[in-house]
Write a protein that binds this ligand. Structure first.
Ligand SMILES: Cc1cc2nc3c(=O)[nH]c(=O)nc-3n(C[C@H](O)[C@H](O)[C@H](O)COP(=O)(O)OP(=O)(O)OC[C@H]3O[C@@H](n4cnc5c(N)ncnc54)[C@H](O)[C@@H]3O)c2cc1C
Length: 377
């Protein structure tokens, strides 16, 4: 992937920029963060708008360069974030595209792209987060169905999701990485109970999900029975490798706003703060280039991102936390006022180095799989 636009890419960029310029002023106001039905409708509405204009497929069929241009220009223009569509568009959908059957692709991908169905991720359990292979949610085969019993935790967007990418244990006697299966579970199935969890920032972004004898058709299994660990690695490589990349541009936008804020309130006179802002700018630029490299390498290697995504996730989540720590420096005592911009972002930024795999786990992956260091105990 070249760092300069080809004529085709330049034409795509200009067309997209013009379209965003026309369409964004007419968007309805963003709903309150606590209003989940409103947020769902808003996020699906934006996805539908992209679909109708022919941009939804950029997430799937376009070249890596066009995808990066799409993310870059959307963020620069301040277009809505994928929001509740995060899992469907950025990792469940890509997993189904890579690992599903033709029938599964035909069933699940079009509604994701058209903004009709929301997905959530049911991987983590109370004793299976970093050690995901410790998961215990059990699925036993009964005729054409799996019958699932157990529980998931930290399930983002579960309250408004239609589908869940669910990991279950189908062979409790197999070595723990070998008895896992990846299922698409309808969230309205009998026996599914969602109990929202409140975060430090005050909103209920995720939930506990209780599963009591839930029947999931075996036709909803993606990959072979007991081969779910391999499918999960595909999901996680999309989640860590490409799902957050658009946000790097958003971070650079926030950085510019911080610089303006510092100029306005006199904090700009502090050379240490200016150095910090400059270093973060360099970091986010480097992350953008790293992403271009990762996405290109993924496309050259069959479309699934590799462990390079862990390097990205590690640096991105730390840099984003530091961005909002710097925001607190710019705000000074106002950083304690929840009504000020960036304050809630700072609180939620604490989760970045945990969600989608903690930084310690990313370091283990980089050490073992990229640097070839010995495996931990
Ligand atoms: C905002 C947010 C959203 C989330 N959304 C979802 C979601 O939608 N779906 C979902 O399934 N999950 C979700 N998660 C869960 C997330 O994936 C887990 O929190 C994460 O994997 C860590 O697992 P844990 O919380 O069980 O911590 P633990 O695994 O208990 O880890 C505790 C600490 O020990 C460290 N540690 C553990 N093992 C090792 C090791 N081998 N080497 C070094 N250090 C280690 C960890 O890094 C961490 O610091 C979300 C989490 C957050 C914060």
């Amino acid at each position: 992937m070249d760092l300069c636009d080809t004529p085709e890419e330049a034409e795509f960029r200009a067309r997209l920029r013009e379209w965003l310029h026309e369409v964004l002023p007419g968007l309805p106001p963003k709903p309150d963060p606590a209003d989940w039905p409103g947020r769902r409708a808003y996020d699906l509405g934006w996805q539908r708008t992209l679909y109708d204009a022919g941009y939804a497929d950029v997430h799937r069929n376009a070249s890596p360069a066009l995808r990066m241009i799409f993310l870059e220009e959307s963020e620069k223009a301040g277009a809505p974030y994928v929001g509740a569509n995060f899992v469907g568009l950025l990792h469940a959908g890509p997993t189904i595209a890579a690992e599903g059957t033709d029938a599964q692709r035909a069933r699940w991908l079009p509604p994701i792209l058209r903004g009709e169905e929301v997905w959530c991720q049911g991987f983590s359990e109370p004793d299976a987060g970093s050690d995901l292979a410790a998961l215990r949610t059990r699925a036993r085969r009964d005729g054409d169905d799996y019958v699932v019993t157990g529980g998931k935790i930290w399930t983002s967007h579960a309250e408004v999701a239609d589908w869940c990418e669910l990991l279950v244990r189908t062979d409790p006697d197999a070595p723990r990485h070998h008895g896992i299966t990846w299922l698409a579970m309808p969230m309205d199935a009998e026996g599914v109970t969602v109990r929202p969890l409140r975060t430090l920032a005050g909103s209920a972004e995720f939930a506990e999900v209780f599963l009591d004898e839930v029947r999931v058709p075996a036709a909803n299994r993606v990959g072979a029975e007991n081969d779910g660990w391999r499918v999960t690695m595909v999901t996680l490589s999309f989640e860590r490798g490409t799902a957050f990349v658009g946000e790097v541009v958003a971070c650079r936008r926030t950085l510019r706003q911080l610089a303006c804020g510092a100029r306005e309130n006199g904090r700009w006179d502090d050379p240490a703060l200016r150095r910090r802002l400059g270093r973060l700018d360099a970091e986010f630029r480097a992350l953008w280039r790293l992403t271009q490299w990762n996405v290109s390498a993924a496309m050259a290697g069959g479309g699934v991102p590799g462990v390079g995504g862990s390097v990205f996730k590690l640096r991105y989540s730390a840099a984003r936390q530091e961005l909002y720590d710097t925001a607190a420096d710019v705000l000074g005592p106002d950083a304690l006022d929840l009504d000020r911009p960036w304050v809630l972002d700072r609180l939620s930024s604490l989760s970045y180095t945990i969600a989608a795999g903690t930084s310690q786990i990313q370091r283990n992956i980089v050490a073992e799989r990229m640097l070839g260091l010995p495996k931990g105990r």
